[in-house]
Design a protein around this ligand. Sequence first.
Ligand SMILES: C[C@H]1O[C@H](OP(=O)(O)OP(=O)(O)OC[C@H]2O[C@@H](n3cnc4c(=O)[nH]c(N)nc43)[C@H](O)[C@@H]2O)[C@@H](O)[C@@H](O)C1=O
Length: 371
Amino acid sequence: MASETDTTRSGSTPNGSAPDPPERRKVALITGITGQDGSYLTEFLLNKGYDVHGLIRRSSNFNTQRINHIYIDPHNAHKARMKLHYADLTDASSLRRWIDTIAPNEVYNLAAQSHVAVSFEIPDYTADVVATGALRLLEAVRSHIAATGRTDIKYYQAGSSEMFGATPPPQSETTPFHPRSPYAVSKCAAHWYTVNYREAYGLFACNGILFNHESPRRGENFVTRKITRAVGRIKVGLQSKLFLGNLQASRDWGFAGDYVEAMWMMLQQEKPGDYVVATEESHTVEEFLEASFGYVGLNWRDHVLIDKRYLRPSEVDNLKGDATKAKKELGWKPKVGFQELVKMMVDEDVELAKREKVLVDAGYMDAQQQP
Ligand SMILES: C[C@H]1O[C@H](OP(=O)(O)OP(=O)(O)OC[C@H]2O[C@@H](n3cnc4c(=O)[nH]c(N)nc43)[C@H](O)[C@@H]2O)[C@@H](O)[C@@H](O)C1=O
């Protein structure tokens, strides 16, 4: 029996008519695949039938914990639909090479130095990855299109509510940016590079202006996860104190799993555009403490201490999105609300702390004060 490839090469079918070209599954390329959003987006796209390629940075420690459960060794060619490649947003040649090799239909730029406070410590690196990195990737896509003539490639840029910074809420797509950190300034640059490549070269490029989005996979030095990790550890007796900074900052916190769907929806529209993605509800850090400690019967005031080192040189006081456009044009809406998000994160972190406790009690691990 002729293989699919043989039939295609022969250029004809038994009845003499031209054969249909073999169905190629849609192919997505994700930078930042090892992060919280990258892992949820990968699961989402695999469920939709995509082949997913992820670019990962070289690190002396393995950094693939969030996607290990999806990984199948590529020697298992028929089953492995997520593939990982070494590249870096600071290395233009690696970006162009993988775009050319993979020829993706959709490129999701999720990679970043994403910690706002850390961006004050390493501003130059943050700008290189977040701002110039986006430019390098856009340029790799543009030059790939120029060389191949392809028209079926779309680009998603992970924007951030941090770009609004000091501008009071509610914040929508028409709200002026007033960034308050090197991270946020860099995200503004990436936003405008994306708009420029759309206007200058007709690239199908979208900016998703995502408000804070959290999950049990959130990095442990972002405030929500720092709190829920502490709640779990305090509950099982592994920790007693939690040191935090500004408790009055207010954020529009949603569930990361809901937000990756909005990214994909943007790229399925007829025309590219920019969209705010938010729950339209804002809560202070103190309210997050009330909800999470309260959920397991603890009083946060017995455990939380303020440490000035966690205050930022310039703070973003109040973020609350207006997601009218995403709701209307994309048909997107968040499924998980604030209380449900808190419970999801605390439940997971209590379980994690219980497992940690087994290791601590058996002498396999030290109980640290803070993650
Ligand atoms: C959308 C946006 O979302 C994130 O940026 P972020 O809003 O800065 O997130 P965060 O969890 O670090 O801080 C939230 C608030 O909580 C306050 N806060 C108090 N005490 C601590 C504290 O101890 N640690 C931290 N991290 N924050 C604290 C802190 O001062 C701030 O006001 C990133 O994903 C970013 O990549 C992004 O794009």
